[in-house]
Structures are given as C-alpha cells and as structure tokens.
Design a protein around this ligand. Structure first.
Ligand SMILES: Cc1cc2nc3c(=O)[nH]c(=O)nc-3n(C[C@H](O)[C@H](O)[C@H](O)COP(=O)(O)OP(=O)(O)OC[C@H]3O[C@@H](n4cnc5c(N)ncnc54)[C@H](O)[C@@H]3O)c2cc1C
Length: 512
C-alpha cells in the first residue's frame, strides 16, 4: 500500500515539475526538447531528479531574466526631445479618480493623504502649472507654526501641524529635513486687544496648546531688549510653535505621494468640460439641466491642450483658486453659481535685515508680533532677522508682479520695529522678497470641503497667510471627506463654502 502511494506521489510530483519547467521555459530546455543530444539526455537521466530539475529551473530563470532585462546597449535615441515627449505622453493620465489642481503645499498634502490611504484604490493626478514653484505661496512663505489663533479649528489644525512635524521622519521619511526651529510666538496686545488675547490663550490651552500670559513687567524681565510702552499683555508660546522649511515639507509630500502612485502633470488647467446629468437635482435647477464637471483642459508646457476626465476634482490652486473656480462657472453662473470663490492674490513683502554693530536681540528671541501686526524673527544664527507687515486694505499693492517695494519697509515696517526694539533704530535691509497670500476676501480663513452645487468639486484654499502650517491637517481632512464622506479627525464643516452662501463669516482675530 505504502509503495503504491509513494509511486503515485512521485509520478504526480514529476508531472508538476515538468509542467513548471514547460510553463517557464521558452527555449526547449525541458525534457521534451528535440534538440537535446542523446548523450546529454543520458547524462541528465543519471543525475538526481531533484538536482536536474533545479538546474533546469535555474537556467530557465536566467533566460527569463535576460528576456526582461536584455543585455547589450539599447538602440540609440535619435531625437531626445521627441523621445521624452513620447515618454511623457505615454505617462499622461487621460482619466483619473481624483484630479487635484495645484501641486503646492495644500495640493501635494491632499495627494499624499489620498494615496497613503487608498494606494491603488484611487488614481490621483495632480496638475501643477510650474514645477519650479517660482511664485507658489508655499515656497515664499516664512514657514511659521503657532497655535495662537482664536478659532477652534485653526488651533486644532496647527496642533496637528506640530504633531506631524514632530513625527515627520516617520511619516514622510528620513530624507525629509524640515529643519523645525522650536521657538514660541510672542503676540503682544495693547489695552484694546488685551482681553481677547487672554481669552484666546485660555481656549488654546484647553485645546492642548501651551502658552502663558505675560505682564509688561514679566516681558521686560524675559526680554530686556524690548520696549513695553503701549503693551498691555503678551502671550508667549512655550511648546509646539516655531518655524520650518516650507519647501522641504512640500517636497516631502510630493515625493511620498509619487512613491505611493500619484501622477504629477506639469500643465495649467485652462478650462472644464461640462456634462449634462439627468438624474441630479440641485437648488433652483430643474431635472435635466444640471451640468456637472466632467473633464479639465490642461495646457501643457509645449502649448498643446489635453484633457483629463475625472470623477472628482479639487481646487487647491492657492492664490489663483478664485480664477480656477471661475473656469467652472463659480461666480459667473446663476443661483448658487453666482457666488464666487472669494480667493485672490494679495502681495506680501518679507524683508531680511541686520542690526548695526550686531547688537540686536539674541538667540532667545521669539517670533514677535506687535499690536499693529508688524512681526519679526531671527533668520538663522548669523545676526539676520526677517520681518514685515500686512498692508491695510487702502495700501494693498498691485498683485500684477512680485516686485518688492523697499520704501514700504521704511514707511510702514521699520518705525514699528524700532519702537518695539530700540536697537532696531539702526538696521540695514540686506534682502527682501514678495509672495502672494491666497487671500480670502470674505473672512481671511480657509475654505475647505465640497462645493454646494457640483457634487464632484471640492475646495481647499483661502488660508490667507496661515496655510502652510495647516497643510498636514487639510490634506488629511480632504482625504477623509473624499474617502469616508465626512471629516473624521478635525471637523472642518464650519470651514465649508456654505458659510459664504449664508453670509456667516468666520473671523479669525489673529491674522498676521
Ligand atoms: C510672504 C508669506 C508668508 C507666509 N507665512 C506663513 C507662515 O508663517 N505660516 C503659514 O502657515 N503660512 C504662511 N504663508 C501662507 C502659506 O504660504 C500658504 O497659505 C500656503 O503655502 C498655501 O499653499 P497652497 O498650496 O494653497 O498654495 P501654493 O503654494 O501657491 O500652491 C498652489 C499651486 O497651484 C498652482 N496653480 C495655480 N493655478 C493653476 C492652474 N490653473 N493649473 C495648475 N496649477 C495651478 C500654482 O502654480 C501653485 O504652485 C505665507 C505666505 C506668504 C506669501
């Protein structure tokens, strides 16, 4: 009985092996190969059957490897640009599940979170018009992180921003160096703003931030180089505040999103294709008249216009978000569509300066914001500082270009700096740059979530000067909204577009 079982088992196992050999072999190395010589067959027959099979398998694997990775030089490419264009075209995704417009800090964080969670389950395409990010707010920002806000959601998002940056190596990888510099903010209030400062501080501490209220006497004790005249109170961050390299954070999001399978396309979204959807009814619109969004037209670097069909689109185009929304008739249509996305570019200057004789505030200098909104902080350890001040509505400079107005420093920034730090009487501006706030003219806060008219359009923009620290939270929230259909961690419902429709602004008292 045992002998019979062994025989059958042996026969079956041989069959299995010879099947494997035939399956993987395309060159006749199996025992059925008519080209093999008789002597080699005899020789092979003398071998242990297992060794023989392993040898055959080994040689087959080599052949498979050579087939997949052929040796020798590849055929020369005659025209490199044609070749690259062909490659790009082949890589171009003409269909996707989620199309993200704008690959800055916000768009790249959304792509990262979507792909981190859904991997192959979602095809995510990010269209970015300038892969050098020359004018992107993210790269021109000063990278500050604070919890000193007045709105719960802003505090929560920045708390999560701090947590994300603390664990950034774990989350984005060891090759991402955001260089977080942990220094608290010091927000100063005059008599007029003192009560609000105290209230805000209470709320911030309840939510998990750590800061303390300082009287002028305590301020002077801590920061002897400061003039406390006209200052009623200060709020000093003790933890989870500081500044970091926004470019490194953006690159980290982008790198990991691409690794997880997101596709980045260099091109500008210049229009949308609409599709009549018969089975949808929206406010004020009859059946059969709903025009949904179907495709985006993208102008490629070489001027070609290509289209990408999507299931869902996210506007994360920073300062240009209002104009991208107009392409989708937001603000130019009827009923709900008559309400624009109130986001536009507003130019902000950042000046880098030095104190004469290097006698400015030392290493223990927080990021100071005085009651006029003038701010400064150290920039590295070499005696440089950077600072600025948002202009009032009447002083808003043109946003046609990013030229710097140095006279604005002399007239609007320097007098406030010199009042706060008497040693700043003698300073020299070494450098300066300008960037665009993606300014929400409605209430200077983020607009995050689905659009009330289009069932496949989402928005993440309008952060008005405090958006880079919120990118981890916003990306995560958008991924929740898209994948789970609701906010799961930080509830950003109040940040939705609906507040604009019902005219309920969400004012943040600590705008810089
Ligand atoms: C001077 C300055 C200082 C700041 N300081 C801070 C700070 O201390 N802390 C803080 O948290 N925040 C700060 N911010 C704000 C912060 O930088 C922004 O809130 C944040 O970077 C916005 O990111 P984003 O991705 O929305 O915008 P962006 O980084 O501008 O990215 C949007 C991208 O969309 C692309 N795009 C636009 N239109 C199209 C189109 N039609 N098709 C394809 N792509 C398109 C653009 O090329 C751009 O790359 C500051 C901003 C400035 C200007």
């Amino acid at each position: 009985m045992l002998q019979v079982a062994k025989k059958i088992l042996g026969k079956n196992r041989r069959r299995e092996l010879s099947y494997c050999v035939r399956k993987f072999s395309n060159d006749g190395s199996s025992k059925d190969d008519p080209n093999r010589t008789h002597s080699s067959r005899v020789e092979a027959n003398r071998e242990n059957p297992l060794t023989r099979t392993l040898n055959i398998l080994g040689s087959d694997m080599k052949k498979v490897k050579n087939f997949i990775f052929p040796k020798g030089k590849p055929a020369p490419v005659e025209n490199v640009s044609d070749y690259l264009e062909k490659y790009r075209r082949e890589d171009f995704q003409s269909h996707c599940d989620v199309l993200v417009i704008g690959g800055g800090g916000v768009g790249s964080s959304i792509a990262y979170w979507l792909k981190k969670r859904a991997r192959k389950g979602l095809n995510v395409v990010v269209v970015e018009k300038d892969s050098t990010y020359q004018e992107a707010s993210t790269c021109l920002s000063v990278g500050g992180l604070r919890q000193q806000f007045s709105i719960v959601e802003n505090i929560q998002m920045s708390l999560y921003g701090a947590e994300f940056l603390r664990d950034v190596k774990e989350l984005l990888g060891n090759d991402v160096h955001v260089n977080f510099t942990p220094y608290g903010y010091l927000m100063l209030a005059s008599e007029h703003g003192a009560e609000q400062l105290q209230e805000n501080s209470k709320l911030q501490n309840v939510l998990g931030a750590k800061n303390e209220i300082l009287t002028p006497a305590r301020l002077k004790e801590r920061f002897p180089w400061m003039n406390t005249e006209g200052i009623a109170l200060g709020c000093h961050g003790l933890e989870k505040e500081g500044w970091f390299d926004p470019w490194a954070l953006l690159s980290g999001f982008k790198k990991r999103a691409i690794e997880y399978g997101a596709h980045y396309v260099e091109g500008e979204v210049v229009g949308f294709e609409f599709r009549t959807m018969h089975d949808v009814m929206t406010d004020g619109v009859n059946f059969g008249q709903y025009q949904g969004l179907d495709k985006a037209y993208v102008r490629m670097k070489n001027g070609d216009i290509r289209d990408i069909k999507f299931s869902l689109v996210v506007i994360a185009a920073g300062a240009q978000s209002g104009s991208v929304a107009r392409l989708a008739r937001i603000g130019t249509g009827k009923n709900i569509l008559s309400v624009p996305l109130p986001v536009e570019p507003r130019k902000r200057y950042v000046y880098v300066f030095r104190c004469q004789n290097d006698n400015g505030p030392g290493i223990n200098t927080p990021l100071m914001i005085d009651p006029t909104g003038t701010y400064f902080r150290r920039d590295g350890l070499g005696g440089n500082y950077l600072g600025g001040k948002s202009p009032s509505l009447e002083e808003e400079p043109s946003s046609d270009n990013l030229d710097v107005d140095y006279s604005y420093f002399d007239s609007h920034v320097w007098p406030n700096l010199a009042r706060l730090v008497p040693n700043f009487e003698a300073i020299k501006v070494n450098n300066a740059w300008a960037g665009y706030y993606e300014y929400n003219t409605f209430d200077e806060n983020g607009i995050v979530g689905p659009h009330p008219y289009y069932n496949n359009l989402y928005i993440a923009t309008g952060f008005s000067g405090h958006g880079i620290q919120q990118t981890p939270a916003v990306g995560r929230a958008m991924a929740e909204m898209i994948i789970d259909g609701e906010f799961r961690t930080i509830d950003l419902t109040r940040f939705g577009f609906d507040r604009i429709l019902v005219d309920q602004p969400l004012y943040e008292s600590n705008i810089v």
